[in-house]
Design a binder for this molecule. Structure first.
Ligand SMILES: [Zn+2]
Length: 279
């Protein structure tokens, strides 16, 4: 009994950003669509209505209150970053299969990979490090603010080290293209019909070209970067955040589609302290 309790505690305290993106396996024999409970949708003991008080839920969440470089933040009056430039040669411009689902708050995608084969995933390089994309998910509205302005949504592209430790997240804000230059996002278009936050099924084997998201924000040539944390409990620190200057622009209809299947999912902005923005 004690062992099983300790085991479940160990699972619950594993540091992952938002959804765990652990639903990386394909099950072609089960068909393209199926009900999967608790895969990529673990039960939560926290909610967004009380995101300023997560540390009171249990001791394991203490960093949500005591952390020195918590995320998200409001990026105010900052020049663009001159260091830590990420590169994306390891993001091939081609679709890759994965599982499309809703992480209880908004759309999400986990690319397939065989067990333990993280290095097959798209990779980003920065500071002589190589990190691998284990998945992306959306928050609505955006978690990061720029000069006090919040976007309608934000994509988190979550990257881990070869050892499967979280290392870097790209936080791409999503905005609606201006009416005089209507733009449809090819990245969003390829997803097809969205899955609602109440729907526990996932679409298996959806082909998604993740490179499009990077290209649609100018390849991250212009960005801010800082030392931050997970934006959900346990609020673990030690991740590098990249926030592209450009929003990923979608059409009005695409934004409505995203919002129609999403729930309120941003943590209150955290005070800037030891974040070393752009340093
Ligand atoms: Zn997230």
């Amino acid at each position: 009994m004690l062992v099983s309790v300790l085991f479940s505690l160990a699972i619950l305290t594993t540091a992952w950003c938002c959804p765990k993106h652990d639903n990386y396996q394909s099950h072609p024999h089960l068909g393209r669509r199926q009900v999967r409970i608790d895969v990529g949708r673990e039960p939560k003991d926290w909610n967004y209505e009380h995101s300023s008080d997560w540390a009171t839920i249990k001791p394991e969440y203490h960093l949500c209150q005591q952390g020195t470089h918590q995320s998200p933040i409001n990026i105010v009056g900052q020049e663009l970053a001159k260091h830590h430039q990420p590169t994306f040669e390891g993001y091939k411009n081609e679709p890759l299969p994965g599982n499309f689902f809703n992480w209880q708050f908004a759309p999400a995608f986990t690319p397939h990979h065989p067990d333990g084969q993280i290095m097959q995933l798209p990779s980003m390089k920065f500071d002589d490090r190589e990190v691998f994309l284990i998945g992306w998910h959306i928050h609505a509205p955006s978690e990061h603010l720029v000069d006090g302005r919040r976007s309608r949504a934000e994509i988190h592209m979550v990257h881990v080290t070869e050892e499967d430790d979280e290392a870097a997240v790209i936080g791409i804000r999503i905005g609606v293209a201006p009416a005089d230059t209507p733009t449809e996002s090819a990245f969003i278009k390829q997803l097809g019909p969205m899955i609602h936050f109440n729907d526990t099924s996932q679409l298996e084997g959806l082909q998604v070209n993740v490179r499009l998201a990077i290209d649609e924000v100018g390849g991250l040539q212009e960005f801010w970067t800082y030392k931050g944390s997970l934006t959900t409990p346990p609020c673990s620190e030690g991740l590098r955040w990249f926030v592209p200057k450009q929003e990923l622009l979608v059409s009005e209809a695409q934004m409505v589609q995203i919002l129609a299947v999403s729930r309120f999912s941003h943590r209150v902005p955290q005070e800037v302290w030891l974040h070393d923005i752009n340093l």
